[in-house]
Design a protein around this ligand. Structure first.
Ligand code: NAD
Ligand code: ZN
Length: 266
């Protein structure tokens, strides 16, 4: 089926559109995904992979280095801006209003910068500009107060405002669990259950909640469109109940958004 037919058929049945994004949508803005060597981080003579750095275990063993890594990545994120694919999703929210939900694994904040609302954007892995109490004295999430310096004294200023114990990045680490309060877990599940159309962009299908969402959508009869430069497990599902579009997000998404907005109006 072609994308226009998939969208027209899906939006006749019901109205909710859910978009699920991963690191691939920000790759064209210049933010490395977790799959290339650009994501690696060296401490002394040891080279760590992102899946080792982004853990509670690493933070407990070397909090200063984990903070250094996040402040470096935050600097990369703040040095770039949203691309045409991010902007297309902001247009989609404007066109669909309450019929739109964006679930993003990205921590770079570019969807919000492009114009998507915080209310309809579930940042299920956190946001690299924010921190919270590492001892969890509360769930308060606050902006990171320091600039991007690599200076060793910075870590001392990254403290919980309430109990003055160390703060941690507001990021869901690989050895932690989702929650509604911090990461909108149940809201994302509910959105998947209610979706008539799921659009997946730039994710390698390796994290838990996105996998659950795609299964729920497929079982619930939603149409699924996957956009990715490579084959992945979600593309295989999309081929069964929608369409897999091979290529960059900026190539396919602007036209797909126009198709969805036109179908939703008709
Ligand atoms: P991933 O790095 O595992 O996979 C990226 C996917 O994007 C791949 O399937 C790749 O083929 C695809 N891709 C690359 N360039 C693309 C493009 N131009 N258009 C379309 N697709 C493209 O990323 P993931 O699946 O999001 O999950 C890994 C974890 O990495 C997540 O937890 C996420 O929080 C974290 N992460 C986030 C960022 C960010 O915020 N920008 C960056 C790196 C990693
Ligand atoms: Zn505290």
């Amino acid at each position: 089926m072609n994308p226009t037919d998939v969208v027209a058929k899906a939006l006749k049945k019901s109205q909710q559109v859910v978009v699920l994004t991963g690191a691939g949508i920000s790759a064209e803005s210049g933010i490395p995904t977790f799959r290339g060597e650009e994501g690696y981080w060296t401490v002394g003579s040891t080279v760590y992979r992102p899946m080792e750095m982004a853990t509670q275990e690493a933070y407990s063993a070397m909090p200063e280095e984990v903070w250094r890594w996040y402040l470096h990545r935050r600097k990369v994120c703040r040095g770039v801006g949203p691309n045409a694919a991010h902007r297309a999703l902001a247009n989609l929210e404007e066109g669909l209003g309450d019929r739109f939900t964006l679930v993003t694994q990205n921590v770079d904040g570019l969807h919000i910068q492009a114009g998507n609302s915080l209310q309809r954007t579930y940042q299920i892995h956190g946001n690299i500009d924010y921190m919270r109490c590492a001892a969890a004295c509360s769930n308060r999430i606050v902006p990171i107060p320091v600039p991007f310096s690599g200076d060793a004294s910075f870590i001392d200023s990254l403290r919980c405002e309430q109990c003055h114990r160390p703060a941690r990045p507001h990021i869901l680490w690989f050895d932690e669990c989702y929650s509604e309060t911090l990461y909108r877990f149940e809201s994302s599940i509910r959105a998947a259950q209610e979706a008539a159309l799921l659009v997946i962009i730039g994710t390698s299908a390796q994290t838990n909640l996105p996998n659950q969402m795609v299964s729920l959508c497929a079982r619930g009869g939603a149409a699924i469109i996957d956009i990715n430069i490579e084959d992945n497990a979600f593309a295989a599902v999309a081929q069964q109940c929608g369409v897999a579009l091979r290529g960059k997000a900026t190539l396919h998404l602007p036209a797909l958004v126009e198709t969805i907005i036109a179908a939703a109006k008709s």
